[in-house]
Design a protein around this ligand. Structure first.
Ligand SMILES: [Zn+2]
Length: 433
């Protein structure tokens, strides 16, 4: 549909401005204080009710929280950078993200739309052929960068709200628009989902920009190949001793962790489909001449089905325990986040394909594309499906200048207007087909 009630060019320019502002001030999982305050401010300008803070979370499901010191530093940084400290104070403790409802004037379904808002733990390139660096909107925060396009997702969510507010008189049912924190590391969706907020959705849409080489204007109506994934830390406890005088009195935690790393990488692969394992960080020990009494590993497993991921996770736990025993150590694991695999609903994909055909700027529709990674939107999707609703996760195409999660990653900003039009069209038309 064409949105002739709105000056779309002006809207798109404003969304690009918002995206660049977010890009300059990226915030990692559970520290999206300034980001959330900006979103709330934009939604309130539209007269929309916004829920945020502890009310939209279930604390025991807020996985992979940063350390208290990190959280405090980010909180103070956000207070200094935002013009809405009053909002940020209500998110203290990591209660970031927000939800709004747009009530239509016509009877109809409840439609869930989800965008994610967090950034990656990585440093942005200052190369002059990297547009954000050349354009003066590269990240101001060390070791934080929007290198996955969630800044564009946030702008798309705000754009969707603006369009839908201009068409409320013809909007059937209501839209629940979710700005989810903590997607990276698969940490945020479970907390929001556990409140039961999405169980009333008849239809539920998510989308990611990029992911594969597509031109701007190509949109995949659904995705497959979500890797089920589990993230966890393993902490080895040994016994410290003098490395020269009494090595036999110690238990070497680094030795145990090293044996675990090598043998986790050697887990036999499952015949049923693809799997992954990565040990991403390894920290341990206290000094050169001390038998190390602690070592910590950050581990993730993935599988193309929930069963294959479970197999990888169980095998990793067996190796961890075996390696600990070999060195007289113990090991404890700490769950940090997870997401399952999900299959999009064909009936909703049919409707989505038909609606996409009428969206300005969309010139190629791919029925289904390989997502090729984990996404905790699947946690929300599974919950909607469990309550009888239908779901799909789309891919909004753009050429990739660099891989996702790389310091040179950049968004083709034309996807922002397209994404907003896609979500708004789906909400307005899904009940027509
Ligand atoms: Zn992403």
């Amino acid at each position: 549909m064409t949105f002739d009630r709105i000056d779309m060019k002006a809207l798109e320019e404003d969304l690009v401005r918002i995206r660049r502002d977010l890009h300059r001030h990226p915030e990692t999982a559970w520290t999206e204080f300034r980001t959330t305050a900006l979103i709330i401010t934009e939604l309130e300008k539209l007269g929309l009710p916004v829920e945020f803070g502890p009310a939209i979370h279930v604390p025991e499901k807020m996985f992979g929280m940063p350390s208290e010191a990190e959280m405090q530093a980010c909180y103070e940084r956000a207070l200094g950078e935002s013009d809405r400290p009053d909002l940020i104070e209500k998110m203290k403790g990591g209660f970031t993200g927000c939800i709004t409802e747009i009530q239509g004037a016509l009877p109809g379904p409840t439609v869930g739309i989800r965008v994610d808002i967090d950034c990656n733990d990585c440093d942005e390139s200052d190369a002059q052929d990297h547009k954000p660096a050349a354009g003066g909107y590269a990240s101001l925060h060390p070791h934080c960068m929007h290198a996955c396009g969630h800044d564009a997702h946030t702008a798309i969510g705000i754009g969707t709200a603006r369009i839908l507010c201009a068409y409320r008189d013809v909007l059937p049912g209501k839209v629940i628009l979710v700005f989810q924190p903590g997607e990276e590391g698969l940490r945020g969706a479970a907390s929001l989902t556990a409140t039961g907020r999405f169980s009333e959705c008849d239809y539920f849409f998510g989308a990611h920009v990029g992911l594969k080489q597509l031109h701007v204007g190509a949109v995949a109506a659904s995705s497959y190949g979500f890797l089920s994934s589990t993230k966890f830390d393993a902490v080895f406890h040994g016994l410290a001793a003098h490395a020269g005088a009494a090595p036999d009195m110690g238990c070497n935690a680094i030795g145990a962790a090293s044996a675990a790393v090598v043998n986790m990488l050697a887990i036999a692969r499952h015949h049923g489909g693809s799997s992954r394992i990565n040990i991403g960080t390894f920290h341990g020990g206290t000094g050169r001449n001390v038998i190390p009494d602690t070592a910590t590993l950050a581990i993730e497993t993935r599988g193309v089905t929930n069963e294959i991921n479970e197999y990888m996770e169980k095998s990793a736990l067996r190796v961890l325990n075996g390696a600990a025993a070999m060195y007289g150590c113990t090991v404890e694991t700490k769950f940090m986040g997870s997401a399952g695999s999900v299959v999009c609903d064909e009936e909703l994909v049919d409707k989505t394909v038909k609606i996409l055909a009428g969206v300005d700027g969309v010139d190629e529709i791919i029925r289904s594309a390989d997502f090729g990674g984990g996404e905790d939107v699947t946690t929300m999707m599974q919950d909607v499906q469990a309550h009888g609703g239908q779901v799909t996760e789309m891919i909004i195409g753009m050429p990739l200048t660099a891989p996702h999660h790389n310091g040179l990653f950049d968004v083709d900003e034309r996807v922002i207007g397209i994404g907003a039009r896609v979500f708004a069209s789906l909400a307005l038309e899904v009940s027509h087909y």
